[in-house]
Design a protein. Structure first.
Lengths: 132, 342
């Protein structure tokens, strides 16, 4: 958007496009399924976009593992699944302006806005200091 | 006292001084008293506190100096007529009056029409702050709809609503006044040319005039520069505000992009990422940033108008200055015109 060539109709069209694209992306995010595996593929885990466990697949051979090893493999597979889901979300938003927000981190509850906000407020303070 | 020379030639010069040279200065003064006036809200409510006093003081001081310059041209013409009488001419100074020669139209933009805009653009006086302001206001309003915490930004942004028409008019009016003073100066030099034939340089009255003209020229030269200084101060403020507005527009557009993404995600069933809190934080941040941008714009205006305060100077400083060396020319400090009796 270039404010120098302000055109209300064009800005509205851009806004509509932005909103439509955001909805498409959000629908795509809802369908994201991240898969991860461990123990040579004997343990497979699927999570949704927010990292919520959706499915666990255990190969019969996995049942012969020690319970501690099996638990650790499930956790490892789940982490891999979360990373895969995050990568899919980032891919969905790769060509979209998100205003600098990591949507994958937001979706998985790992986004800490304080760093970004502090940076922006520091810029505002600096601008005020220079002006004042 | 008898003065040698050509009284008819002197009267002719006196009449010519009261034609274009006087008419251009008179029009410059009337421009400063009229179209150069700037509404206090030209840059919005927030900067108005810094605008009203210093700008009006500077405009008034330059207008008064220009009026004094016009009076001095009249006195110069009267002085020439008195010299003509001393040469044996019949016409008295009190029979002289300014003529009203037709002058080319000014280039002052005042009605926002296309032709006026073209002229204003030609002289670099067209202001486009409103388009930025409206575009940014639209983005902020959309942010406010999607994230109510950003609504405060809309209110803050309203404090710097610019008045493009008034700013364009004032800047182009100052430029026009400056050009009128330049024209006056050029015509004056042209019209004073025949003096050399009519008024011998060895005459003591002519020598008195030549001595008088040195500080007059200094004052007039200084006066010619003053409208440009004010126009530059205004244009500079407009340019800086434009830069700040553009930067802030892109910042607000980025925040809007983030808010739209989060809103869309929040609306999809089963995703449920709890984006409201992040939107709230973004909205509050945007409102704070808007507030700081408003203060930055007010600061830009304050700097620009503080510079104008420097033009006017402090009361009493004129007494310490010699003609041609004050911050604002003071034609009343010129030596009295008594060339014919010198």
């Amino acid at each position: 958007m270039n404010p120098d060539s302000y055109d209300a109709r064009r800005l509205l069209d851009q806004l509509e496009t932005q909103i439509a694209r955001a909805q498409e992306n959000a629908t795509a995010v809802a369908a994201v399924a991240g898969w991860g595996e461990a123990a040579n593929g004997q343990v497979k885990v699927c999570v949704g976009p927010s990292g919520v466990l959706k499915k666990v697949e255990l190969d019969p051979r996995a049942m012969r593992m020690a319970s501690e090893d099996l638990a650790a493999s499930i956790v490892e597979a789940a982490r891999g699944a979360e990373r895969a889901a995050a990568a899919s979300i980032r891919e969905i938003y790769s060509s979209t302006d998100t205003g600098g927000i990591d949507v994958a981190a937001v979706a998985q509850g790992e986004y800490d806005p304080s760093a970004d906000i502090e940076q922006r407020l520091a810029k505002a303070r600096e601008a005020l200091r220079q002006a004042g | 006292m008898t003065v040698k020379g050509d009284p008819d030639g002197m009267i002719k010069v006196a009449r010519r001084v009261l034609a274009e040279p006087y008419a251009y200065v008179e029009r410059a003064e009337s421009t400063m008293e009229g179209p150069c006036r700037l509404p206090a809200l030209a840059f919005g409510v927030a900067p108005s506190i810094f605008l009203a006093g210093p700008y009006d003081d500077a405009r008034d001081a330059v207008a008064r100096a220009t009026g004094a310059g016009a009076d001095t041209l009249k006195s110069m013409a009267s002085g020439f007529a008195n010299v003509a009488v001393a040469m044996g001419g019949a016409e008295q100074a009190n029979t002289l009056a300014p003529s009203r020669p037709p002058l080319p139209n000014t280039d002052i933009q005042s009605d926002g029409s296309d032709s006026a805009s073209t002229e204003a653009a030609l002289f670099g006086a067209e202001v486009f702050l409103m388009a930025d302001w409206v575009a940014t206001g639209g983005v902020l309003a959309t942010c406010g709809i999607l994230a109510p915490a950003a609504l405060a930004s809309v209110l803050a942004w309203a404090l710097v609503e610019p008045d493009d028409a008034s700013l364009s008019q004032a800047i182009s009016a100052w430029m026009s006044a400056g050009r009128d003073l330049d024209s006056s100066s050029k015509y004056l030099e042209l019209e004073l040319g025949p003096l050399d034939d009519a008024w011998p340089s060895e005459d003591t009255s002519r020598q008195a005039f030549d001595r008088w003209k040195i500080p007059f020229d200094q004052d007039f030269e200084q006066l010619q520069g003053d409208p440009d200084k004010v126009a530059e101060a205004l244009s500079g403020a407009v340019d800086k505000v434009h830069e700040v507005q553009t930067d802030f527009f892109f910042l607000a557009a980025g925040t809007l992009a983030a808010i739209i993404v989060l809103t869309a995600l929040d609306a999809v069933p089963f995703v449920n990422i709890g984006a409201e809190a992040t939107k709230e934080i973004l909205g509050v941040t945007l409102s704070i940033e808007t507030g700081s941008t408003v203060l930055v714009i007010a600061g830009i205006c304050k700097d620009a108008f503080d510079a104008l305060k420097g033009m006017v100077g402090t009361p009493g400083s004129f007494d310490m200055s010699k003609p041609g060396q004050q911050k604002i020319p003071d034609f009343k400090q010129l030596p009295p015109i008594q060339w014919a009796t010198a």
